[in-house]
Design a protein around this ligand. Structure first.
Ligand code: NAP
Length: 130
């Protein structure tokens, strides 16, 4: 399976590495340094490469969205058309300093994500309430 990683920090970097070592094709994207993405791809030791969010989304069978809540719109904009893609996310709807939920009091993370990316197939949420 080809898996695009949007957000290559603690979560995206680690999960992408696990996916690559399990035999999947992985594209790491969205960090502040291209060198970091290249290092992750090299150290994953599988069929992994560094790219832009557009590269990660293009031809992906699944996308891992793993950015801070405040970066979701930006990374999805950079990813381009994700219509029909399956997107799995671990991103939690937290404020800038990660001290409080920003949407779960009145809405849900799932509803907000789907609004950001209306035609993607689904968001799977693995942590906390949807
Ligand atoms: N860490 C956990 O244990 C955990 C557990 C469950 C859920 N979550 C949630 O998962 C999401 C990701 O968490 P994380 O811990 O993986 O976060 P993180 O380590 O901060 O990773 C975020 C990624 O986004 C990149 N990024 C941030 N701003 C950017 C910008 N302006 N331009 C380009 N790239 C940018 C970061 O780049 P750099 O690599 O250059 O910093 C990093 O690669 C969050 O919503 C968090 O709440 C985290």
């Amino acid at each position: 399976m080809r898996i695009g990683i949007l957000g290559s920090g603690l979560m995206g970097g680690k999960l992408g590495t696990i996916f690559a070592r399990a035999g999947h094709d992985v594209v790491f994207s969205y960090a502040r340094s291209r060198k970091k993405l290249e290092r992750l791809a090299r150290e994953a030791q599988g069929n992994a490469q560094a790219g832009t969010p557009g590269d990660a989304a293009r031809d992906a069978d699944a996308i891992l969205l793993a950015v801070h809540w405040s970066r979701v719109d930006d990374v999805l904009k950079q990813a381009g058309d994700v219509s029909g893609k399956t997107i799995v996310t671990c991103s939690l709807p937290m404020n800038a300093d990660d001290t409080d939920l920003v949407v779960a009091h009145t809405s849900s993370r799932r509803a907000t994500c789907e609004k950001s990316s209306t035609r993607s197939r689904r968001f799977r949420v693995r942590h906390g309430a949807e």
